[in-house]
Write a protein that binds this ligand. Structure first.
Ligand code: TXA
Ligand code: MG
Length: 333
């Protein structure tokens, strides 16, 4: 992103801090992008099927990919889910509001389009004060995927939303950069054993401390359709336009011969020789710091006139699990 486009974007008249008007747009069936602690969401009234259809159209998202329903208070749950099990209750008390989405049996009030016809609905209570204020003021559950065109890098600022969706949104509520920076962890509680459908901003180890071992859904990278155990977890996703290559956490980074190569790395060892652009997410091993900068840094590299990006994989624990998942899909051609 150049300084010039940034200026134009931040002056876009659809970027607002007026939460009440944004809530009124939501109630009227409009599309409102809003900040959460994870990424910006593209919101619509979850009970209004026409509004929800506009979300799929704006993102050019296939309808087999279900949307997460956002709430601000547990008193909204009876409209959305038929039961809250003991495990669900425990997880809500421990992690809500926050970056954990729970898939629970849905009620008839939630349109089929929201859940892609599945018997479960993903529900989450975000932690961002502006998201909570918007949800409270709108008074309806809000279906919201990440506010980016389908398959591309998730937005962590209001300007990213406008860059990707342009005039397909009615307004974007500006809440500054997202603090967590990775989408929520999605955990299905539809069967006896909890299944991790998507690693995200709530580390799996933290969940396992509360409820014991959690099964990990395995996506078959050769099949990209509704038959996946974790719908919407496509092999290619979160993708920059510049080809992306991954290296192991301890490998030496070397630019690709004859290519303008960028490097996204972390940690203390300096290895910048020969790269056209280097982004070091943290000087230490702080995965929280890396996550907060992760998507914005991928975007910066993608718009730096490079022919190749090399990204260093993270240690496979905590938020590193979610970032490695995103990197793997971003690198899939
Ligand atoms: O942090 C987040 O979760 C952000 C913010 C805006 O809340 N939202 C987000 O939504 O990342 P989206 O649409 O980009 O990703 C939602 C994913 C789906 O692709 C699918 O993998 C899973 O969550 N999901 C949603 N509803 C589901 C359901 N009913 N059953 C199974 N998986 C579901
Ligand atoms: Mg998304």
């Amino acid at each position: 992103m150049t300084a010039e486009t940034f200026l134009i974007n931040t002056m876009d008249t659809r970027i607002t801090t007026d939460v009440e008007s944004a809530a009124s747009l939501l109630r009227k069936g409009g599309l409102v992008a809003f900040p959460t602690e994870t990424v910006y969401g593209l919101g619509a009234d979850a009970t209004n099927v026409e509004a929800v259809a506009k979300v799929f159209a704006a993102k050019q998202r296939p309808t087999f990919d279900p949307l997460i329903v956002h709430i601000c208070d547990r008193s909204q749950l009876p409209d959305i889910v038929t039961a809250v099990s003991d495990i669900a209750d425990l997880l809500m008390r421990r992690f809500w509001p926050g970056p954990l989405t729970l898939v629970l049996p849905r009620t008839a009030m939630i349109p089929d389009l929201v859940t892609a016809g599945l018997p479960g609905v993903g529900v989450r209570m975000p932690m961002h004060p502006i998201a909570l204020k918007l949800l409270r003021s709108a008074g309806c559950p809000v279906a919201a995927p990440s506010a980016n065109p389908f398959g591309r890098i998730s937005p962590t600022t209001a300007a990213h939303v406008i860059e990707g969706l342009g005039n397909r949104v009615d307004c974007v509520v500006d809440g500054g950069p997202c603090l967590v920076g990775l989408e929520s962890t999605v955990l299905s509680l539809m069967d006896d054993r909890p299944v991790l459908l998507r690693p995200g901003g709530c580390p799996p180890e933290d969940i396992e401390k509360e409820i014991g071992a959690v099964e990990r859904a395995v996506t078959d990278l050769s099949k990209d359709d509704a038959a996946q155990p974790a719908p919407g977890m496509l092999s290619r996703h979160y993708a920059p336009r510049t080809p992306l290559t991954l290296i192991d956490p301890l490998a030496r980074a070397v630019p690709l011969p004859g290519r303008r190569t960028g490097l996204m790395t972390w940690g203390a060892s300096p290895e910048e020789a020969g790269f056209d652009r280097v982004i070091r997410l943290t000087e230490s091993n702080d995965l929280t710091e890396c996550a907060a900068k992760f998507f914005a840094s991928l975007r910066t590299l993608d718009t730096s006139g490079l022919n190749a990006i090399i990204a260093r994989r993270f240690p496979e624990h905590g938020l590193g699990i979610a970032m490695n998942d995103r990197l793997r899909r971003a690198a899939t051609r």
